[in-house]
Design a protein around this ligand. Sequence first.
Ligand SMILES: Cc1ncc(COP(=O)(O)O)c(C=O)c1O
Length: 288
Amino acid sequence: MRDWATNYLGASGDFDVLPTIGSKELVAWLPTFLEAKRVLYPQIAYPTYLVGGILAGAENIAVDIDPQSWPDADLAWINSPSNPSGRVHSIAELEAVLEYSRRTNTVVASDECYISFPDSQVPTSLLKIANGDNRNLLAVHSLSKRSNLAGYRAAFIVGDPALIAKIREIRKHAGLMVALPVQKAMVAALANEDHVLIQAGKYRARREKLRPVLESLGFQIEFSDAGLYLWASRGESDWESVDWLAERGILVTPGHFYGPAGEQFVRIALTVTDSKIDEVSSRLQPTK
Ligand SMILES: Cc1ncc(COP(=O)(O)O)c(C=O)c1O
């Protein structure tokens, strides 16, 4: 894990690593581990950031990308590439997050679980931008996406050694240890990049296939620059788009699941097989 963090993420300086039971465990419990009173999370986001804040009894504030507008907090989440939108933080945006963390002494947890699936944008780890000063920083990684190991519940965090020592101390009392065979599987999977490149190529090809078909039907694709999803809107309510696609036997997720800002969007996952993607594409052909 350390080697991968150094070689793949570009982490440097003093850092530690800690396996977690999927990244969902960490996302749900990090605010509690940190006794956070105020948690910031992206306006369009994976719902567990908010649930974790609620579990901790924290005040939870949805924020936009620019940290200039963020209030002081105990924990701020960023997620690049994003679930659901596939938005990728630019280097300047990551630098602004780092500046916020340094200025306000806020812990920043950067959920980078889709980092291995670049497309029109290539994501960068916050730890690379940190340039060896990892104070208050955590990068969250998961083998669920990178190596299709969701059933193993295999994930880990990398970052500030003092922070990770504190989290390790609490987690073990909560019985959240990761089974040794799973840790060994993680090490084996992280030592191989070939399967990840193959998978990343599949997601890119599926996105490339579906994007023009959806656009020809009046959907606008926003972001979707990396990761596993297409984030699409026809300027109508998400339920109308969900219905329209469901009538054609295609299941997508309504955007408001990811926050009110998503209510005119649907999230289309590229995780079905290539042959299913072909079928989706043929079901969506305009009727002549
Ligand atoms: C942004 C994000 N973070 C974390 C997770 C949790 O994944 P896992 O617990 O399988 O590592 C997901 C799962 O979809 C996700 O989309």
